[in-house]
Design a protein around this ligand. Structure first.
Ligand SMILES: Cc1cc2nc3c(=O)[nH]c(=O)nc-3n(C[C@H](O)[C@H](O)[C@H](O)COP(=O)(O)OP(=O)(O)OC[C@H]3O[C@@H](n4cnc5c(N)ncnc54)[C@H](O)[C@@H]3O)c2cc1C
Length: 406
């Protein structure tokens, strides 16, 4: 364990915790800053198991934090990658209406995107879409030319390097197991001993609700994990996808529906779906944790959510276990796709915050209580938006802790 005493401890070495620590270091260079991560390296969970997309911000409610920080974050992420020679490509996205009923929703997305200030959006006819994505199916198309792709693991590693270069400490292999107040300071118990600090930022992703409870916070939400499984397109069929091809999403859910994503390092992903996971960090279908499953099933909000959305949840399970159903969903976007074109790939698990009334929390959520700031529901597009999210957290901490930290 490094220095046993710090001014501020950030819990979680995912992209949000790292971006937060980076901003703290920049804004308050004299602050003794420590970031603790339980795994042996940064970006081991959501930040290292995602689609790598720099979202433009088209989906999110105008005025929401997601909308504002995503639009700003997309530009900031692209600039950051270019500045630090991290691979980045603005490959553009096509959103596909697969039936006549979806066409008005495409128009709704266009208007939402324009309200969010996204440039270059346009509805396409068949001839126009053929020029961009010649193999794309559907009956209506919206082009989002500014969407990009990058490597978020490389971004996280660069954030960590910059934190250290600014004088901060990144301590991997350090799990927080307790948080207590003692003699006016906060004592954090970790797997490598205890340390004292003045302020804590909880960016623990899939465990952010548990870390909040460790700090004595009565949480309004519980994290329900949803696994997203991917297939890989076999190399000989990659030519079918030029950029990103997405369906029209059901905006009741924070999931976008299975889609095709070109990877910045090569290859094309198909997915992810959104299946209830029985383990918070369980990347295989068979992964099970009694503690995590009990945590989900004993939560009244889970049953309220299940009552509302059981039909779409059952559909996701069916597509998870039945590849032909997964392939049929993809064929609505790309009719030429066959089961033999797809090989099972990895997965990621989303930390979805569910309220007591069973609603899925829509926006990013931040709660400041005494000297701990809790970060919940920083789901997609939080990787895209990580730089402005980090800046906002520093601003909220400054106000919430009621202190001039400089
Ligand atoms: C399948 C999938 C696809 C996605 N695609 C995209 C995309 O294309 N574009 C986009 O912008 N966003 C995407 N996202 C969302 C994005 O990846 C997440 O919003 C983002 O990574 C969240 O970062 P985080 O730092 O909050 O969480 P995490 O990356 O999960 O980091 C939290 C960290 O906290 C650590 N931790 C937890 N508990 C403790 C403890 N007690 N002590 C110490 N450390 C602890 C964990 O080990 C972990 O490393 C996707 C997410 C998923 C799952």
């Amino acid at each position: 364990m490094p220095d046993q005493s710090s001014d501020i401890v950030v819990i979680g070495g995912g992209i949000v915790g790292l971006a937060t620590a980076l901003h703290f270091g920049r804004a308050f260079p004299r602050l003794r800053l420590l970031l603790v991560e339980k795994e042996d390296r940064v970006a081991r969970h959501q930040s290292g198991h995602n689609s790598g997309v720099i979202h433009s911000g088209i989906y999110y409610k105008p005025g929401s934090l997601k909308a504002k920080l995503c639009v700003e974050g997309a530009a900031a992420m692209t600039a950051f990658c270019r500045e630090h020679a991290i691979p980045v490509e603005i490959c553009g996205k096509i959103i596909v209406a697969t039936s006549a009923e979806e066409v008005p929703r495409l128009q709704g997305l266009l208007e939402r995107g324009q309200a969010n200030g996204i440039a270059g959006l346009r509805l396409l006819d068949q001839a126009q879409v053929r020029e961009i994505e010649p193999h794309c199916g559907g009956v209506g198309w919206l082009q989002v030319p500014g969407t990009g792709i990058t490597d978020y693991v490389a971004v996280c590693q660069k954030y960590a390097d910059l934190i250290v270069a600014q004088g901060g400490t990144v301590s991997t292999g350090t799990e927080v197991t307790g948080i207590a107040r003692s003699n006016g300071q906060t004592v954090i118990e970790t797997s490598r001993g205890s340390l004292g600090t003045k302020y804590v930022i909880n960016c623990a992703g899939l465990h952010s609700d548990r870390v909040s409870r460790l700090a004595g916070e009565k949480t309004e939400v519980t994290i329900v994990p949803f696994r997203g499984e991917y297939y890989d397109l076999v190399p000989e069929r990659e030519h079918l996808v030029h950029g990103l091809i997405y369906p029209v999403p059901d905006l009741r859910f924070p999931f976008l529906g299975v889609h095709f994503t070109r990877r910045v390092g090569g290859g094309v992903d198909a997915g992810p779906n959104a299946v209830l996971a029985f383990k918070r960090e369980g990347y295989r279908r068979t992964d099970f944790s009694l503690q995590d499953a009990l945590g989900t099933f004993s939560y009244p909000g889970f049953w309220q959510m299940a009552a509302k959305y059981w039909r779409s949840g059952a559909g996701e399970f069916y597509r998870s276990f039945h590849k032909p159903a997964f392939v049929r969903a993809l064929q609505t976007l790309l009719p030429e796709i066959r089961s033999s074109d797809l090989v099972a790939d990895g997965s990621g698990v989303r930390a979805t915050a569910v309220s007591r009334d069973g609603s899925l929390v829509d926006d990013f959520q931040f709660v400041c209580s005494q000297n701990v700031l809790h970060v919940w529901n920083v789901v997609s597009p939080a990787a895209t938006a990580s730089l402005p999210i980090g800046r906002e957290i520093v601003r909220m901490a400054e106000q919430g802790f009621g202190l001039e930290l400089r």
